[in-house]
Design a protein around this ligand. Sequence first.
Ligand SMILES: Nc1nc2c(ncn2[C@@H]2O[C@H](COP(=O)(O)OP(=O)(O)OP(=O)(O)O)[C@@H](O)[C@H]2O)c(=O)[nH]1
Ligand SMILES: [Zn+2]
Length: 224
Amino acid sequence: MTNLNATIMTAASARLSDSQDSLSSEELRPMGALPLPADAEVRIAGAVREILEALGENPEREGLLDTPQRVAKMYLEVFSGLHQDPRDHLKTQFSADRHHGAVIVKDIRFHSMCEHHLLPVYGKAHVAYLPAGGRLTGLSKIARLVEGFARRPQLQERLTDQIAQGMEDVLAPEAVLVVIEAEHMCMSMRGVRSPGSTTVTSIARGTWLRDSAARMEIMSLLRS
Ligand SMILES: Nc1nc2c(ncn2[C@@H]2O[C@H](COP(=O)(O)OP(=O)(O)OP(=O)(O)O)[C@@H](O)[C@H]2O)c(=O)[nH]1
Ligand SMILES: [Zn+2]
């Protein structure tokens, strides 16, 4: 993403928001799967119909007739990450006894939804890790991890944190670095109307949290 009108860089840190408010607990924002109510689609469609009526629209007119159903299916798709544990993808593992360097997967494109406005957030995630004991996962599994956490109502900071935590939970690497660059439609198409501004967040864990020179080296590889 080259159009950096506005950039917010969070410092490499341990869990970002744990100390800031009690809502960040695992109970309230679980990394794992939430149950999907059996009547989810019907209820979402009913709510969408209500919104259309509240706007003064006629949900019975031809163009809107199937819209509540379509939106319900769309929400179940874009929020499908709520009903899986994205960490499960990382259980596909290999051992490589000769590779001891960093593994970097750059430019993982993702789409998410901002939890404040339920508008799209889209961009790229870059994930780097230093395998411990030669323990590797499949490269596509890292992209699946990103997609799983992205397909939830999210904050960009939490998305960054959950990806790093997921890597730690399953692979226990020596170090992890996650950088996300994204555009928030709630800043582009409404409110402040600042199209093209990009938010950048980063989290470092393990040796890359403590060793700033090593962290900067990986960061420069991510940005090259
Ligand atoms: N830190 C952070 N803020 C976000 C994210 N997504 C949206 N926001 C912000 O959340 C804030 C919500 O602010 P509010 O004042 O409650 O809502 P609002 O009146 O719609 O705010 P405006 O967008 O400024 O019009 C806004 O500043 C958004 O830009 C995110 O991923 N991380
Ligand atoms: Zn928003």
